[in-house]
Design a protein around this ligand. Sequence first.
Ligand SMILES: C[S@@+](CC[C@H](N)C(=O)[O-])C[C@H]1O[C@@H](n2cnc3c(N)ncnc32)[C@H](O)[C@@H]1O
Length: 200
Amino acid sequence: MDISEEMNKTATKRSKESGVSDKVKFVLGDSQNLPFDDNTFDVVINECAVGIPDDSQKVLNEMLRVVKPMGAVAIHESTWKKPLTEQEKDEIAERYGTTPLEFNEWKEMLEIAGTSNIITEFEQWSRPEMFWNIRKDRTVKSHKTIMSIREKIITAYRIFKTYGLKGVIKVFENEIFFFKTVLNGELGYALYKGIKKPGR
Ligand SMILES: C[S@@+](CC[C@H](N)C(=O)[O-])C[C@H]1O[C@@H](n2cnc3c(N)ncnc32)[C@H](O)[C@@H]1O
């Protein structure tokens, strides 16, 4: 089973456990080329996956294409909090695996895609604990304890099987680098919500 099928299976199982399986449908597809007709949905959201594909503008264009006129779009995306050089940004992006942008860059790209009435929330989504207090089963007080020791060993083993020891070292190095960036207040998240301009 490839990872997409595994994600689909897990999502289907969880929707059943939550009693909402009759209200949801999971469809695999490329966010740069969504498998839906124009003007299909009332609301389209993307949580931290606009910056990952090669062309983030295409992802936003597609979100706006499939939402109905006057429908809502919302994204939650990594956003620079301090001025950094292009070189610094590139290194963080490479290690983090996504492309954070400036607050105004995300807004402009949403506007280019056809979004109006954009409202945002930045500071409250960028507090450092938002990056580690992410577990449903317990409160996490430090980025070092997001995973239990057992979970860290399992994760390291899974990485090792595919990428060897070098891969394991790289992942842990990247993690340390990433949380340093967060603790330095260089990187945060922001929430952007708007509506599709009528007539588009
Ligand atoms: C940071 S995660 C988003 C987390 C997600 N919101 C969640 O709560 O699990 C980014 C996701 O984007 C997916 N992704 C990357 N490129 C994609 C593409 N071109 N089309 C659709 N999904 C993509 C990855 O597989 C990954 O699951």
